[in-house]
Design a protein around this ligand. Structure first.
Ligand code: MOS
Length: 732
């Protein structure tokens, strides 16, 4: 038998694809149990005030209804713990106060989902209504300065501005955007006779859900199992154990039945976070020759009254350019709104739009090519620490992108490029995404038939985790990918952090790497004194894995197969645990991902219709584990960026706080016709900060697109739009 290990980086198809296309992959809302009941929440229709009465009589009398639990009679629950994602959302149904529109005020349980939904509509809630704070400028709202202690002051801003020949001082605005994964968030909860709990949940973090439920319901974590083998997308909406998860578990406890709760699309707009709006003032000073002398980025964003959301919108600007005098400021304003949450590239999506638009404005004022302006201010070392980057191929991103895109064909004058009735514009933006890795564990086993089983409680939210971890383990163990099974999404497996912050591939990949190396060590330990083994007495550094076994480094003929070792020692399998910890480089600055985005837009000269015609993305993503899934990440992120640029805006009714466009009919997202041909190229090499050298390519794909589109629209039309989304009415 010839066994060929796949190259890391090869464009392997998704290993779970057959299960998905045949419907065999069980998503949380596919799960059923005998006696399954269904829950439907009742949501507040005001944004501020109190519940004065809830009449459940009609709902209780409706067909199939098993129970109705309301904010006025629900059992007391504890708030979940502080985790690495911050505080948990407040437990639902705990008092009569209404803090935002869509807040849960009751949950109905019935035999079928339809019965539950119908009965929920029969619950009559009376309110004493207050005037809600919905506007970021509301004078009554509490404003928090530097809520995360991340404001930056470097050098002397005023001196830098005074020294400048040209100063840009503009304000940019981005609206609320809603994550909208296709898969509706769903939970199935089952309490067992022994008091233990099983939960199937569309989460990005099974262990996070387990921690939260343990605290909320006062049950030891060891008595709770959370499963999420497949998740229908997340984009951040599945990071937290949101209140509907608790409602499902509560409903199951109150009824003694397994309970399923599937949010509706409108409920997804108020219950699982969203990218909060921002108002951002940018000041940039530069010399005539385009050298930055000062950069100030001040951002305001809203947050809920009694929940938190980390969104340091301005922070990345402190690291973006070599500029001696820098100030960043973040403020958050507490409003009667559903709590925002991470949405793909949280903070960078908004902050980059403002910064890279302002850089374009500066380039225009100076009469310098926007590409040259970026290169002249390239940060060759980390501006925050002065240390050399652990890796940084941003200049290569720009150079390669310019060549692939044909940037040199751009004539600088706005409105100077036309194709019939289309005004043509070329725009670009630089992009970065910070590094993130938290501790993670994995376990690897080699079985008597020569196959490997590797697992960790991580999730695959569509990014390719199953696939890249299979590939990685196959290479590290010297096996064909067909002989490796990688499994995830179960808290009975070793601990994993969330799929989020573009950090899972690094955290999990390094843990899988560690587990595979420990497994090789376990085999070496078994044969350490084995006179029959050609590997006797060898250390890990002296061997390599390949061909279904272990051999002396550089000498594939001098080893033996795993199966031979197991058989000779009468072992059914060998297993080993691995773990990864965050890198702590002290001589380099841990860099994260970089990118250059080049966009061609076409703007109808009469109607103002904006079309994105081409996108070229060159990304420094560190070591790429799978060319296909990594490219898919950038393509998907780019589509999200086009949505942010041209379509997406969650509209809140000013009087009631109701989300006015909480359906796919009203909330615009890009469809195929809005998405052009796009080219994605990776440059740079493995990052030096971690053993695996990956950087994370989940979120960098979105960053920079909105600015590049806006800059291209300016180039096409001479009109500078500083508020997203860019719509034709703004051009007329
Ligand atoms: Mo991502 S917004 O951390 O899922």
């Amino acid at each position: 038998m010839t066994i060929t290990a796949p190259r890391i980086g090869a464009a392997l198809d998704r290993v779970e694809a057959p299960l998905k296309v045949t419907g065999a992959a069980l998503y949380p809302n596919d799960v059923s149990y005998p006696g399954l009941a269904h829950a439907a929440p009742v949501r507040a229709t005001i944004a501020a005030g109190r519940v004065t009465a809830i009449d459940t009589a009609e709902a209780r009398a409706a067909e199939g209804v098993i129970a109705v639990v309301t904010a006025l009679d629900a059992p007391r629950l504890r708030r979940g713990p502080v985790t690495l994602l911050g505080i948990s959302p407040p437990a639902p149904l705990q008092d009569d106060r209404i803090l935002h529109y869509g807040q849960y005020v009751a949950v109905v349980v019935a035999d079928t989902a339809e019965q539950a939904r119908h009965a929920a509509s029969l619950v009559a809630v009376e309110y004493a209504e207050d005037v809600p704070m919905l506007d970021i400028g509301d004078p009554r709202a509490e404003v928090e300065d530097d809520p995360w202690g991340m404001d930056v002051d470097r050098g002397d801003l005023e001196a830098g501005l005074a020294e400048a020949d040209v100063v840009i001082d503009e304000t940019y605005a981005t609206p609320d955007n809603t994550n909208n994964p296709l898969g509706l968030m769903s939970t199935v909860a089952v309490w067992h006779g022994d008091g233990s709990l099983t939960v199937h949940d569309a989460t990005q973090w099974p262990h996070g859900v387990r921690m939260s439920l343990a605290e909320t319901f006062g049950v030891p974590e060891s008595r709770i199992r959370v499963l999420a083998p497949y998740v229908g997308g997340g984009f951040g909406a599945g990071l937290r154990a949101w209140q509907h998860v608790i409602l499902a578990v509560l409903a199951a406890r109150e009824t003694g039945r397994p309970v399923k709760l599937v949010l509706t699309r409108p409920e997804m707009f108020t219950g699982v976070g969203y990218r909060p709006e921002s108002i951002q003032r940018i000041r940039i000073g530069a010399t005539r020759d385009g050298r930055l002398t000062a950069l100030a980025h001040e951002a305001i964003a809203p947050v809920a009254l009694e929940d938190d959301n980390f969104e340091a919108v301005s922070h990345t600007s402190a690291r973006a350019y070599a500029c001696p005098n820098v100030m960043t400021r973040d403020r958050q304003v507490r409003l009667n709104i559903p709590c925002p949450g991470s949405m793909r590239a949280p903070t960078e999506a908004q902050g980059n739009f403002a910064l890279e638009s302002a850089m374009d404005e500066l380039a225009v004022d100076l009469g310098i090519d926007p590409l040259d302006l970026r290169l002249r201010n390239f940060a060759g070392t980390d501006p925050l620490t002065g240390l050399p980057w652990s890796s940084n191929a941003l200049r290569e991103c720009f150079a390669r992108g310019a060549e692939l895109f044909g940037w040199s064909r751009r004539t600088p004058e706005p409105g100077s490029m036309r194709d019939g009735h289309w005004r043509v514009g070329y725009g670009l933006a630089g992009a970065s995404y910070p590094p993130y890795q938290v501790p993670c564990q994995a376990r690897a086993s080699l079985q008597h038939d020569g196959s490997a089983f590797v697992r960790s409680a991580a999730t695959d939210i569509g990014t390719g985790t199953y696939t890249v971890m299979t590939q990685l383990a196959a290479e590290l163990l010297g096996l064909d990918v067909a002989r490796v099974r990688f499994d995830l999404g179960d808290t009975d497996m070793p601990y994993s952090p969330q799929a989020g912050g573009s950090g899972l591939t690094g955290a999990l990949g390094n843990a899988v790497r560690s587990a595979c190396r420990q497994l090789l060590q376990a085999f070496l330990d078994v044969v350490a004194d084995d006179p029959e083994s050609p590997l006797r007495g060898l250390t890990l550094d002296e061997v390599e894995a390949g061909g279904g076994g272990i051999h002396r480094a550089g000498d594939p003929g001098s080893g033996e197969a795993y199966t031979a070792i197991l058989a000779r020692h009468d072992l059914a399998e060998l297993s080993a645990d691995g773990r990864s910890t965050p890198p702590t480089p002290d001589t380099t600055a841990w860099a994260g991902a970089f990118g250059a985005r080049f966009v061609e837009v076409r703007v109808d000269a009469d109607l103002g219709v904006i079309r994105v015609a081409r996108v070229v993305s060159v990304i420094d993503g560190g070591r790429v584990l799978n060319a296909k899934t990594a490219t898919s990440q950038i393509v998907g992120g780019t589509v999200g960026g086009i949505g942010q640029a041209l379509f997406e805006e969650t509209v809140t009714d000013e009087g009631t706080g109701r989300i006015a466009n909480a359906t796919f009919g009203d909330y615009l997202i890009p469809v195929n016709a809005d998405v052009p041909d796009m080219e994605v190229v990776f440059v740079g090499g493995p990052d030096t900060a971690t053993p695996l050298g990956t950087k994370g390519v989940g979120e960098i794909g979105l960053v920079g697109i909105a600015a590049a589109v806006a800059n291209a629209v300016h180039h096409a039309t001479g009109r500078r739009l500083r508020s997203l989304p860019l719509t034709l009415d703004a051009l007329l």
